[in-house]
Design a protein around this ligand. Structure first.
Ligand code: HEC
Length: 145
């Protein structure tokens, strides 16, 4: 009987903690990707002053790729809570259309940055960089606690 209880308890705890750790992983992954996007934006800003278009191209591509998949990293119920380190507002799932709209703006910004970097067009790159920066900030203002 004693042995039986020892076997059941860990399984019981595992089952209890399983959903939490799954959403915890997705939260950690999106935070890591957001931080990467931030350092990519810094790279692009620097690229405009030293005309390193190769670096700008790679960074814009990385932001674009993340923008294309980021929605999947915000499953319902993965907002900020006392059990995780997320700062994502629960408003995301109340107003998903607006969240998607901000994602689209970010995608457009990234596409424009990529195009400008490929064409080595500094003015266009600066313009696209500023538009992308605004897309990042607009979403954060609305959906980050
Ligand atoms: C559509 C909305 C949206 C867009 C667009 C967006 N973000 Fe975020 N970002 C979020 C949300 C929501 C969080 C909070 C995620 C969490 O803590 O779970 C976040 C978090 C962050 C963080 C904090 C990560 C940490 O250390 O906790 C950084 C940095 C960041 N974003 C950078 C960017 C950059 C740079 C861009 C633009 C290239 C961008 N984001 C575009 C929604 C967005």
């Amino acid at each position: 009987m004693l042995i039986k209880n020892y076997t059941i308890l860990p399984i019981f705890l595992l089952v209890l903690s399983w959903p939490t750790s799954a959403s915890e992983n997705v939260i950690l992954a999106r935070i890591t990707n957001m931080q990467k996007a931030d350092s990519d934006m810094t790279k692009i800003r620097k690229s405009t002053s030293n005309s390193n278009y190769q670096q700008a191209r790679e960074a814009a591509e990385s932001i674009k790729n993340w923008a294309n998949i980021m929605l999947d990293y915000f499953p319902k119920g993965s907002g900020a809570s006392i059990n995780n380190q997320s700062t994502a507002s629960s408003q995301i799932w109340e107003n998903l259309e607006l969240f998607k709209y901000f994602i689209e703006n970010k995608q457009k910004g990234a596409n424009h940055m990529l195009f400008a970097a490929e064409n080595e067009n500094k003015q266009a790159l600066i313009k696209a960089f500023n538009a992308t920066r605004e897309a990042c900030n607009a979403c954060h203002e609305e959906f980050r606690n």
